[in-house]
Design a protein around this ligand. Sequence first.
Ligand SMILES: NC(=O)c1ccc[n+]([C@@H]2O[C@H](COP(=O)([O-])OP(=O)(O)OC[C@H]3O[C@@H](n4cnc5c(N)ncnc54)[C@H](OP(=O)(O)O)[C@@H]3O)[C@@H](O)[C@H]2O)c1
Length: 241
Amino acid sequence: MKKTILITGASSGIGAACVKQAASKDLNIIATARSKNTLLQLQKQYANVQIIVADIATDTGRNMIADAIKQPVDYLLHNAAILDSPQGLAEISLSDFRNHIVTNVEPIIFLTQKLIHHLSSSENSARILSVSSGAAKQAIAGIGNYCISKAAALMANEVLKVELQKYAVLVNDYFPGVVDTNMQKTLRTAKTSTFPYASEFNSLKQQGRLSAPLNVAAHIIDVFINSDETAFSQTEWKYHQ
Ligand SMILES: NC(=O)c1ccc[n+]([C@@H]2O[C@H](COP(=O)([O-])OP(=O)(O)OC[C@H]3O[C@@H](n4cnc5c(N)ncnc54)[C@H](OP(=O)(O)O)[C@@H]3O)[C@@H](O)[C@H]2O)c1
């Protein structure tokens, strides 16, 4: 039977590229994000794509996703996230901080929670990958909101890795490196005075050394489909150019 993959943040960057790569592997795809028109285009372009327009930062949006899925979920890619224009922690607003938490952290816990039944109904052990970041492990000036939220998301996912064993659901993290997406553009177009790596990222872009979303996506889909259970759970998955 065809396997089903749920991809969050499917309207752009790594998530949209994962839709394309999953389609090439003949998976059933459930693609979710807020941008309805982009999701509709993906649905036109590829076979077997169900779209769910939902705001993953809200409980209502997460319920919409869970309620719209009528089949077991074999693979779940937690990919959606935000990164605002760089600003120091001394200047950030409480609402921006909270927005990073509800968008980048809460879905790892509360969307997963709502999908336990779909995941545990998978014929084999279902698999979850959460897209993490070097910023989850390293303090980077100017993107404190993002670093803090990705660090919390990483720990949430690590706890799920242990706790979901009882449902036979395998959980791991994925580190994509530096990828040429809208999020990356936000960083390289920031002022170096606020975000010290802006000029380095600009040079990487100019030298064509940012990873292509499609290549990263091909690796993510390959990890889901082709790794054995031990490798899936225990490897520190990273994209190497
Ligand atoms: N690019 C990099 O270099 C890099 C490096 C390390 C880690 N990452 C991680 O990779 C993942 C994908 O990032 P990307 O670079 O591909 O970024 P991106 O192009 O900006 O895509 C972000 C996706 O998240 C979705 N999203 C944001 N807020 C949402 C919300 N409230 N509800 C539903 N969907 C929401 C967006 O869709 P809508 O706006 O349509 O809702 C979009 O599809 C993220 O977890 C990021 O932290 C990226």
